[in-house]
Design a protein around this ligand. Structure first.
Ligand code: SF4
Length: 343
């Protein structure tokens, strides 16, 4: 069953989190070794300076090492996944792979602990994981064959699989991929969207609140996936026979799918031009030509997204309707993160 992390009504901080006046830190899971804890097989860590120095200003990291929690020592022999990529076994890397009798199966020891643990992650709005780990890897973990060579198919680590199974809509990313400005921006955008959905919709579930949420995310959706943006709008016309719970789940599933990939320059350009249309009657044609020129320079990748957006939001602030001013597209996360300076 798909599950969206739950909401503690006492913790509601609503839209403040996206407006640069964030008073409550968003809770995000983090592989403990990335937090600098000495939990790796070799007794070391893989500290992430970006998580600790920058994101920790906005996120309250909940650190967890599944292997240590499952009782494996520090230091310990390295582990890996072996056998069927769809149902692999966790074992020590130096276990013999050509005879099942000699392979020490550590899978149950890990799973018994992590399955119970992920049930306590209801308040998380994202998760940052260490790459390649047979426990924490997100996408490209190797599974070894009996001959010692890895399968061509890669998969999730065993902990990540359980996390994803329980919270399929939770934004998850590997720390290394956060070095890519577009992937970084997209992950943080999704974390804030997940947080906002839980607090603005699920905390007081109604069709009205769902429509309000959709309305605020209209241009964000348009910049990411125009097809799904239209499907999401149709879903909220009031014709649905689904219960409000089922409708919210269906909506949010498609919503997170729409935000699943970074928005392209082309789609951002279209979105900026749409927003410019709101200024047709209130801003001089000369100013609009200047704005068009800046948007065009962005489309040619001569300037970053932040430039046309800042200019546009300046005019929208003065002349825009309440509806356009409330668009999350202008402030999907705190500006101080500087994410749009690099895309
Ligand atoms: S990758 Fe995961 S299991 Fe390995 S040390 Fe880091 S937190 Fe622990």
């Amino acid at each position: 069953m798909k599950r969206i992390a739950s909401v503690n009504i006492q913790e509601i901080d609503s839209v403040a989190a996206t407006q640069g006046t964030q008073t409550q830190l968003i809770q995000v899971g983090l592989s403990a070794c990335l937090a600098g804890q000495l939990v790796r097989y070799n007794g070391g860590h893989s500290q992430s300076r970006y998580c600790l120095d920058t994101l920790s200003e906005y996120f309250k990291f909940k650190t967890y090492c599944p292997e240590v929690a499952a009782g494996f020592s520090v230091p310990r022999a390295t582990m890996r996944l072996v056998g069927d990529p769809n149902n692999p076994m966790l074992t020590y890397s130096d276990s013999k792979g050509d005879n099942d009798q000699e392979v020490e199966n550590l899978t149950a020891q890990l799973l018994n602990v992590v399955i119970a643990k992920v049930r306590t992650f209801d308040q998380l709005d994202g998760y940052v994981l260490m790459k390649n780990s047979p426990s924490c890897g997100y996408q490209r973990v190797k599974v070894y064959q009996a001959n010692g060579h890895p399968h061509t198919i890669r998969r999730q680590g065993l902990f990540t699989e359980q996390l994803h199974k329980r919270y399929p809509l939770l934004p998850i990313e590997e720390e290394g991929r956060l070095n890519d400005p577009r992937l970084r921006e997209n992950f943080i955008l999704r974390v804030y969207a997940h947080y906002c959905f839980r607090h603005e919709v699920l905390a007081d579930l109604s069709l009205h609140n769902l429509i309000q949420f959709h309305s605020r995310y209209k241009y964000t959706l348009m910049a990411h996936n125009q097809l799904l943006y239209r499907s999401l709008g149709k879903m909220l016309t009031g014709d649905s026979e689904l219960s409000i719970d089922a409708l919210a789940l269906q909506y949010f599933t498609l919503f997170m799918q729409a935000l699943g990939k970074p928005a392209s320059v082309k789609n951002h350009t279209n979105t900026l031009l749409h927003i410019l249309g709101y200024l047709k009657k209130s801003v001089s044609s000369r100013s609009r030509v200047n704005l068009m020129d800046v948007i065009h320079k962005y489309r040619q990748r001569k300037i970053p997204l932040i430039t046309p957006l800042t200019l546009l939001s300046h005019y929208i602030e003065q002349h825009g309707s309440q509806y356009i001013k409330e668009q999350r597209y202008f402030n999907p996360y705190p500006e101080a993160l500087g994410l749009r300076n690099r895309i």
